[in-house]
Design a protein around this ligand. Sequence first.
Ligand code: F6P
Length: 366
Amino acid sequence: MTRPKRIGIVTGGGDCPGLNPVIRAVVKTAVQDYGMSAVGIEDGFNGLLGDGPAGLIELDGPAIRGILHQGGTIIGTTNNGHPFRFPVRAPDGSVHMEDRSALLPQRLQEHGIEALVIVGGDGTMAIAQQLHSLGIPVVGVPKTIDNDLSVTDTTFGFDTACNICMEAIDRLHTTAASHDRAMFIEVMGRHVGWIALSAGLAGGADVILIPEIPYRAEQIVEKIQQRQARGRNFSIIVVAEGAMPVGGGPSMLPNPFSGGRPSLGGAAQRVALEVAGHIDLEIRVTVLGHVQRGGSPSHLDRVLGTRFGHAAARLVAEERWGQMVCLRGTEITSCAISDAIGQLKAVDPLGQLVQTARATGISFGD
Ligand code: F6P
């Protein structure tokens, strides 16, 4: 195959600050350095595999102008566009899953798209790997605010999310101190506690609860009481949404928006209830939610997104299919997408960051 002339860009899974810098850098590099053109596929793979007209956005100069500082993704994303399990709504309103992967090469050809840059987290990279196995020319770009992708030292979006959480913790500090309250703040991190740990460390949390270190409510009570004994009549407890007690699992709540099926939620509320009645402080619970994923990317995420996008366009030009860009130390390099999937990067309970947090007086509730 000769070097592709036209690239399709897909953003899949949850959005993340830094996606637009990636898109911009892929397009600029592809156009300026390699004379290629680029098109955005709307809402994951839906733009090509949906039943209506194709959802494609021509990514020319005007399309990518002024997007470096914008959060989200200008080409849209979805959690529900899996080519191998594509949701199709029947006339009676019911939804069934269809394997539409065979349609993809045909649709790509129809639109003159010769290679795909697929930007996403673990699930999207697993799709990228499956498409690669089918012979579709793909390269990957890792994305997640949770920072749980192995192989890359970090992902864009993580820094922005941590900054948002840190600012929230700072703000809770002043109101907690004014009212003599224990403030519980729930942050994202369904499988791993990187955001809770990093933002908690930066915000001066008193307790950080993460999935990797199961907690005991008694330990949290003890920490809060020790602080009170020193005249510190408030405490900040940062809780990753996937945090769990010793011998228990993550907190799940019925989700009224998905037919009442349980989904992750309520971790901070659960700990707060376990602690209430054992401490002499008022309690308040704050759940940050999707605020953490919104808004303008930080300086670090703009730079990392730009570097990833540039490197991804180069991988396409060099026809290094099945590779994903990644950050190792200070260098952008690449690895096989297959090496990046299925193994989450968890916080090491004995690692330096946890040790540093403990040394500065932070309790993990263990
Ligand atoms: O990107 C991962 C994540 O940020 C998780 O920490 C969180 O549980 C999830 O996204 C929520 O995403 P959504 O509500 O968009 O499905």
